[in-house]
Structures are given as C-alpha cells and as structure tokens.
Design a protein around this ligand. Structure first.
Ligand code: DHB
Length: 309
C-alpha cells in the first residue's frame, strides 16, 4: 500500500506535503523539507523584492491551531530561482513555487520568470490575508478574473491557485464560473482564515502584534471550513480540476477526510510548525493504515467517495 498521487499531471510519491508558509523561507529550511517525508518541496510565497515581513510577535501556536500575521517575509523571487536548481539536484521530488504579488502587475512578472525555470509546479497565492491595507485578491472576483486571464495565456508549467476560504455557496458558484474559463490545473483550498483575533485574557492583549492582533487562523479551528471548500469545488469542477486540501490536517484520519471530500493531495501547515518534519511521514503512514483497514486499494479508490446520509 502506498498513497502515491498526481496533481496536474505531476507524480507525487505520497498524499502529504508541506504547505507554503511554515519553515520554507531559506535554503536550509527547504533542505529539511527535502529530507523529510514530504512528497514535494513547497517554497515560501515569494514577491518581486525580498521582504522582512511584519513586526514580531507575528506567529503563535494555541491548543486548537495557530494565528499568524507574517507579512510575507521572503528572500525575493530571484533568490528562489537561484535555490531551485540546488534543490532539484539534491532531492528527487517535485518543487512547488508559491508566488505572491504585492500588486497585480507583479504577478505576470513572477509567473513568466518561473515559466522559464525548471520548477515543477506553480501555485499562485491569491489569498494572503496579512498585508496591511491590501485585500485578499481572491475575494475580488473581477480582479481574480483579470489576473487569471492574463497569466494563463502563456503558461508553460502545471499551474494552480491558492484560495482563501469562501463561506457562501453563491461565492463558490461565482468563483467556479471564473476558474472554468482558464487552463488552471489545480486549486489549493484553503489559505488561513484571515483577520481573526485571539485574546489572552491574562495579559488582556492580542497574541500577535501586527494589525492590532488580527491574523490568519490555521489548525484544528479551520478543518471544517477547509473540508467544505474542497468538497464544494470538487462537486462543481469534477475530475478535470485537481484539488489540494489544506487546513487542520494533523493525522491520517484528517487526511482521509480530505480524500473523501475530493482532495488529490494534502498540504500541512500548522502541524509542521508544531511538530516539525516528522509530521509528513506519520500522517502518511496513518493514512495508509486507514485505507488498508477500509479495503481501499489506493488513493484513487477513495477519492471523493463521501457517502450521503
Ligand atoms: C502569509 C500568510 C498567508 O496566509 C499567505 O498565504 C501568504 C503569506 C504571510 O503573512 O506571510
């Protein structure tokens, strides 16, 4: 039994890999992911210029998950283009570039640059919630449509988009109508639930400093939101669109629920922060045991097989 899967025609040795964001900024961190059980290496969302990110404290673990307002600290896209061949030489697994524009005009520059590289997969982040004064792009359907129209014209790589959670069927419908128009290979659902607030009643302060404590929520808190988004898009877009599930996965059971909802693979964010690189291997081993016990011969056999009541 193994959990090998495919996303956008790219073969992944297992169902589980790292989400863009946690511990994936530097070459050292990316090598740790390379050596781990993660079936791909996703790099931190990169911008045109290097960024320090927001002020500290900007990430906090809590029992049910995490809250962050990192503000896209990253080395700038040119550095990730330099690191890419080093990773490709060293590790036999796909490399995923996550791209984030500080303004819409940045996005074609980033996509064009990685189109000409040796990257395996491009994930365009349309959902960073932590940039002061900037809305999450994917909540603006007109802008999302215009960006996708532009960047999908000359795609040379497997290409997908990282989405924020939507909370209303009308929004899933509207987003689906846009995504259907363009050659998008996969959706990655969901980014952290943006602009939430956790208060420490002892100190009477928020847990993180940027934006008055408002930040992106991850972990257990958001798993049902993530499952609903995976299911909603899987029902609307069918087999032709791959879906990567992310949000609150910390065990094989969680991964199995995403598989039933229709995910082709899952990414791990908060649990990687909490537990370190061992998380990928044990989530995958637990998933294998569940599939075996339930009599599913592989990932494909269980994908989208959520039963009705
Ligand atoms: C950051 C947070 C996100 O959820 C994201 O998608 C991209 C960047 C951040 O604050 O760095």
């Amino acid at each position: 039994m193994n959990t090998a899967t495919q996303v956008a025609g790219v073969q992944l040795g297992s169902y589980v890999f790292n989400a863009a964001g946690p511990k994936d900024v530097t070459y050292e961190e990316l090598q740790v992911i390379g050596q781990s059980g993660s079936s791909a290496i996703t790099m931190k969302s990169c911008t045109i210029e290097p960024r320090e990110g927001n002020e500290e404290p900007r990430y906090k673990d809590v029992p049910l998950g995490s809250i962050n307002s990192m503000g896209l600290p990253n080395l700038g896209y040119k550095e990730y283009l330099r690191i890419l061949p080093l990773l490709k030489n060293k590790f036999d697994k796909p490399i995923v570039a996550s791209l984030a524009g500080m303004k819409p005009e940045d996005i074609p520059v980033l996509v064009d640059a990685f189109n000409e590289s040796d990257i395996d997969i491009i994930e365009l982040n349309l959902s960073c919630p932590n940039l002061k004064g900037k809305p999450q792009i994917a909540y603006d359907f007109e802008m999302t449509d215009a960006i996708l129209r532009d960047v999908t014209k000359n795609l040379k790589k497997p290409f997908g988009i990282k989405l924020p959670p939507y909370f209303d069927p009308v929004h899933w419908d509207m987003a689906t109508e846009i995504f259907k128009k363009y050659p998008i290979d996969f959706l990655c659902c969901i980014n952290s639930v943006g602009n939430t607030l956790i208060i420490d009643p002892e100190t009477e302060r928020p847990l993180i400093k940027p934006k008055g404590g408002f930040g992106g929520l991850g972990g257990d808190f958001i798993k049902p939101v993530a499952l609903a988004n995976v299911r909603a898009f899987s029902e609307r877009l069918g087999e032709k669109m791959a879906i990567i599930g992310v949000g609150g996965i910390k065990s094989g059971t969680d991964a199995f629920e995403f598989l039933l909802a229709g995910a082709d693979a899952v990414q791990i964010g908060t649990q990687f922060m909490k537990e370190g690189p061992e998380c990928f291997g044990h989530i995958d081993t637990e998933l294998q045991a569940i599939l075996k016990k339930k009599g599913y011969k592989d990932i494909k056999a269980a994908k989208g097989k959520l039963k009705s009541l």
